[in-house]
Design a protein around this ligand. Structure first.
Ligand SMILES: NC(=O)c1ccc[n+]([C@@H]2O[C@H](COP(=O)([O-])OP(=O)(O)OC[C@H]3O[C@@H](n4cnc5c(N)ncnc54)[C@H](O)[C@@H]3O)[C@@H](O)[C@H]2O)c1
Length: 275
């Protein structure tokens, strides 16, 4: 069954729109009739995202979500370009990895600055604008499956993403009174890595992908599909929670072997007879 969305008349902000999941979501929302503000700190990447699209439906904003001025300018641009705001997707993030012994304060602070402060500043700026507009709206934050596991090298990234989940719950409660529904999306492994893959990433993914329940990485559009649902009228009672889109990676590993019960303790339960 094909599902299509109609976002005509709606204005959507997507941050982190210069590549990866953000770039895919810009295309998906434009294809669904929305007017889109594609925001990122990477101007060149943004040009690639909107290549071939009309100014009437998409505008780019080069700004840094981790600064108050950057966040405000992204939100203001929705009103300047299209006269309103309906949905703000806070997808921009950074995920450098380092061992605990090598992690630096500067990198740690930048990760938190983009992933936590950026999400806060964007939610605050979009929340104020949506409240003043008075018609409700949606704010969709991003986390990661790694926020729930110990993953070597991910101290700053994983903990910063866990913070966005907690932040989302608070924002959801505060903004629900204005009919602004705040949610969080938690992707698993999504195929956005640089191509060609650097050698260590290639080796790591070759080991990891076969262990995933679906034995494949997700496509950016599969994350976008969940975001579009959360941005749509179809999700009007889905508020404040973290929604995983991870091919079940957060709950287990691939079932590849025959299921054999050799535990004689339960033969009385199963009625199994052994020779
Ligand atoms: N790709 C995955 O496997 C994966 C897994 C779990 C969670 N996620 C989450 O999904 C989201 C998208 O991931 P992705 O793989 O597409 O990321 P990506 O690194 O490919 O792209 C992130 C984008 O954010 C932009 N950005 C970074 N800092 C910014 C700032 N300060 N201001 C404005 N823009 C900034 C970058 O320029 C880039 O275009 C992120 O929130 C990430 O945490 C991704």
């Amino acid at each position: 069954m094909n599902v299509t969305y109609d976002f005509s008349g709606r204005v959507v902000i997507v941050t982190g729109a210069a590549r990866g999941v953000g770039r895919a979501m810009v295309r998906q929302f434009v294809d669904a009739g929305a007017k889109v503000i594609a925001a990122d700190r990477d101007a060149e990447g943004l040009s690639g995202t909107v290549d071939g699209m009309s100014d009437d439906v998409v505008r780019t904003v080069t700004a840094d979500v981790s600064t108050p001025d950057g966040a405000k300018s992204i939100v203001q641009s929705a009103f300047d370009a299209f006269g309103r705001l309906d949905v703000c997707v806070n997808n921009a993030a950074v995920a450098p990895h380092a061992s605990l012994f090598e992690e630096t304060v500067e990198v740690w602070d930048t990760v938190y600055g983009v992933n936590c402060r950026g999400t806060f500043l964007m939610t605050q700026a979009a929340g104020i604008a949506l409240r003043d507009q008075g018609e409700g709206g949606r704010i969709i934050n991003f986390s990661s499956g790694v926020s729930n596991r110990g993953s070597a090298g991910a101290a700053a990234y994983a903990s910063s993403r866990a913070a966005t989940e907690s932040f989302t719950r608070v924002a959801a409660i505060e903004l629900a009174v204005h009919d602004i529904l705040v949610t969080c999306v938690s992707p698993g492994l999504i195929d956005t890595q640089p191509k060609p893959l650097p050698p260590s990433m290639k080796e790591g993914l070759a080991k990891r992908i076969p262990t995933l329940p679906l034995a494949r990485a997700g496509e950016p559009e599969e994350v976008g599909n969940l975001v579009m649902w959360l941005a749509s009228d179809a999700s009007s009672y889905a508020v404040g929670h973290v929604y995983a889109v991870d091919g079940a990676a957060g709950i287990g590993t691939r079932a590849g072997h025959e299921i054999v019960d050799e535990d004689v303790r339960y033969d009385w339960v199963t009625g199994r007879k052994r020779n």
